[in-house]
Ligand binder design. Structure first.
Ligand SMILES: NC(=O)c1ccc[n+]([C@@H]2O[C@H](COP(=O)([O-])OP(=O)(O)OC[C@H]3O[C@@H](n4cnc5c(N)ncnc54)[C@H](OP(=O)(O)O)[C@@H]3O)[C@@H](O)[C@H]2O)c1
Ligand SMILES: [Zn+2]
Ligand SMILES: [Zn+2]
Length: 333
């Protein structure tokens, strides 16, 4: 039996929950969970904000642990190896996206916490190709958040060929946003952090931002007109998107990573005038995750974390909800 923490209905506190995972699949591994970050998506899933939660839900998709068992066809991973597991715990491996290396776009991928039990547990199962070995040089206690938040903000740098000469803005300096600042700084970009929290400004500069602006101040946004080649939005709320579009340089891109539910209303004429783009992306493929981990190890990029015991999971979730966490809450044993 796997000992986990689950929510049994929308918005409920997590309670101890045991389940029988059955026989280990031939292409699966079992991971002894040592650390698991808490992403805002865990909260949205507990609350059924996206209308796709199946209860009981065991959240947790920023897992670090050691492999305790491997299925009979798994040859590239070994028991005892330290790996991470993110948003996806299996891919079809045969669709056009999968064979093109875009596993994160696979329409039938299994979400680690969607109809599958996640990492707020002593063990978690996953298809072996969805777990990525942790390279030397990364601290296992802090690396979990790289597997969802980290890859989500790193992937657009690769997908859209962001250049070291580009000016990049990050909106929202939370779990995703603080890692975005660190990655964009190491990528060589001029980095602007948009935050609604005055007390994060100095910290954003210490993480590598060159400038900070108040994300809720219309005058500050207007003053940045025409500046950015890429904006990475990590907020889950509606902001004044036309005003942010106005801060794009010609051919710039406003890219959504935060799961804002309200529709985005923009003027086609505004996009047309500067040949600007709007886009969004989900996490990243296992290959890009592996590249991101190597990049993080080489540039000493690590999430800034606060740690709770697994049996303090409800306190840990409350800490993330408070908005005071600096910057990612992680369960550790
Ligand atoms: N695309 C993907 O694949 C993917 C992957 C992971 C997560 N997500 C989504 O990304 C979003 C962020 O996740 P997270 O874990 O980074 O959350 P988080 O740690 O709570 O950070 C969100 C940040 O947004 C800003 N914010 C919150 N409310 C705001 C408001 N009313 N006005 C302005 N700014 C506000 C805050 O930054 P400041 O204090 O700096 O203003 C906050 O720290 C969530 O929607 C999550 O579901 C998407
Ligand atoms: Zn996540
Ligand atoms: Zn597929």
């Amino acid at each position: 039996m796997i000992k986990a923490y689950a929510a049994f209905e929308a918005g409920a506190e997590l309670k101890p929950f045991e389940y029988d995972p059955g026989a280990l699949g031939f292409d699966e591994i079992e991971i002894d969970v040592q650390h698991c970050g808490i992403c805002h998506s865990d909260i949205s899933m507990i609350n059924n904000d996206w209308r796709m939660t199946r209860y009981p839900i065991v959240p947790g998709h920023e897992v670090i642990g050691t492999i305790s068992a491997v299925g009979e066809h798994v040859t590239h991973l070994k028991t005892g190896q330290t790996v991470g597991l993110g948003w996806h715990s299996a891919y079809c491996a045969t669709c056009h996206s999968c064979v093109s290396g875009d596993h994160n776009l696979c329409s039938t991928a299994t979400g680690t916490i969607i109809g599958h039990h996640g990492g707020f547990a002593d063990k978690v199962r996953a298809q072996a190709i969805s777990a990525v070995p942790l390279p030397d040089g990364l601290d296992a206690a802090k690396a979990g958040p790289l597997f969802c938040g980290g890859i989500t903000v790193y992937n657009p740098l690769v997908q859209y060929d962001v250049k070291p000469t580009d000016k990049v803005a990050v909106i929202g300096i939370g779990g995703l946003g603080h890692m975005a600042v660190k990655f964009c700084h190491a990528w060589g970009c001029e980095v602007t952090a948009f935050t609604s929290s005055d007390n994060k400004r100095d910290e954003a500069i210490a993480m590598g931002a060159h400038h900070t602006l108040d994300s809720s101040d219309p005058a500050a946004i207007r003053a940045a007109a025409g500046r950015f080649d890429m904006i990475l939005s990590t907020v889950n709320v509606k902001l004044d998107w036309p005003a942010y579009l106005g801060t794009l340089n010609k051919k710039g891109r406003l890219h959504f990573l935060g799961a804002t539910l309200e529709p985005v209303q923009v003027s086609v004429m505004q996009l047309m005038a500067g040949q600007t783009s709007l886009s969004a992306s989900p996490v990243g493929s296992p290959a890009i995750i592996a590249e991101m981990l190597d990049f993080a190890a080489r540039h000493d990029i690590e999430p800034q974390t606060e740690h709770f015991e697994f049996d303090q999971v409800n306190e840990a979730i409350a800490r993330l909800k408070s908005g005071d966490a600096r910057y990612r809450v992680v369960l550790s044993r």
